[in-house]
Design a binder for this molecule. Structure first.
Ligand SMILES: *Cc1c(COP(=O)(O)O)cnc(C)c1O
Length: 304
């Protein structure tokens, strides 16, 4: 495993992307952290898995889709820690490289219908799962709970420890758990932007606030969510996004994936290109990993 202290923000090259220089954009590459499934999901899982192990729990149950970065990370980390893992998978109709990896790492896959999957937050279904697979720990989809927030404090600490100071810091948002942890750990001079991967998720601000309240942690910096970067909706892509990602990867040699990190970097790019954000100020984008998902997109260049 690459130690966290060796991952520091790295500056993009001055070579322009689609005619725009991103020379003051820095990237915290959690995708380089090592392990079989690097990225933010490892941070979200670390406390709960350690606690489970200490409590003598041998089996972890969680939920996700057929491309879930969360199930991928859970299967990988579970195998490393010697924990049994069970993945409740939405929609049984599709086989993916993600599911193949998870199975190879020993995760037991339990396909359920989309209708059943919608019950994933229902306590009664959790109790059923606990009876069926118990003794076990059930973790919500995406690792999105208070312990997930606490794990993401460590991402903020990595940024606080960097030599370079940043005013704007950007991170991709699905559930907002990662954003909440970072907001609780960054410094007051930071301005944190969450780039929503979802279309019209107008309750995200409330969900982030609820997540902070649940941990009794106040936000230490200003934060806000950008809702205009979904490029058509969750896991959808637009021609513009595709064109940007292909050119960015070629010029900068930093791989992205279209669900989260591509939209994240594209959101920063568009604000710099339009002049809304000054390119004279150092800003940081957090690469939250998820690169296993690239395998679902044949228009991307194969990853070196
Ligand atoms: C899950 C995920 C996110 C979103 O994290 P949340 O804590 O749910 O907001 C961002 N990037 C990647 C690569 C992810 O897998």
């Amino acid at each position: 495993m690459v130690p966290e202290s060796s991952i520091t923000p790295c500056r993009l090259s001055a070579r322009p992307v689609l005619g725009v220089s991103l020379h003051n954009v820095w990237v915290l590459r959690l995708d380089l952290l090592g392990g079989a499934a690097p990225g933010n999901k490892v941070f979200k899982l670390r406390h709960q898995l350690r606690r489970a192990r200490e409590a003598g729990v041998r089996r972890i149950v969680s939920f996700g889709g057929v491309w879930s970065n969360h199930l991928h990370a859970l299967a990988a980390t579970g195998a490393e820690l010697g924990l049994e893992t069970v993945g409740v998978v939405r929609g049984a109709e599709m086989e993916t490289p993600m599911l193949a990896d998870a199975r190879r790492w020993g995760m037991q896959l339990v396909p359920v219908s989309r209708a059943q999957y919608r019950q994933r937050h229902e306590p009664s279904w959790w109790r059923e799962l606990e009876q069926r697979f118990g003794p076990c720990l059930v973790i919500p989809e995406g690792g999105g709970n208070a312990e997930g927030v606490l794990g993401c404090l460590d991402i903020a600490h990595m940024i606080n420890a960097a030599q370079q100071r940043f005013s704007r810091i950007l991170v991709a948002v699905g559930s907002g758990t990662t954003l909440a942890g970072m907001a609780a750990g960054l410094a007051p001079h930071n301005q944190l932007f969450g780039v929503s991967a979802l279309k019209g998720a107008n309750d995200l601000e409330q969900r982030v606030q609820d997540a902070l309240d649940e941990c009794a942690l106040p936000a230490r910096c200003n934060w806000q969510i950008l809702h205009d970067a979904h490029c058509g909706g969750f896991a959808r892509t637009s021609i513009d996004l595709r064109q940007f990602m292909l050119e960015f990867e070629q010029v900068q040699a930093v791989p992205l994936e279209p669900v989260y990190t591509g939209k994240l970097v594209y959101a920063a790019f568009r604000r710099i290109a339009s002049g809304e954000w000054s390119s004279g100020e150092p800003m940081l984008v957090v690469h939250s990993g998820g690169l296993q998902g690239r395998r679902g997109y044949d228009w991307l260049a194969p990853q070196a």
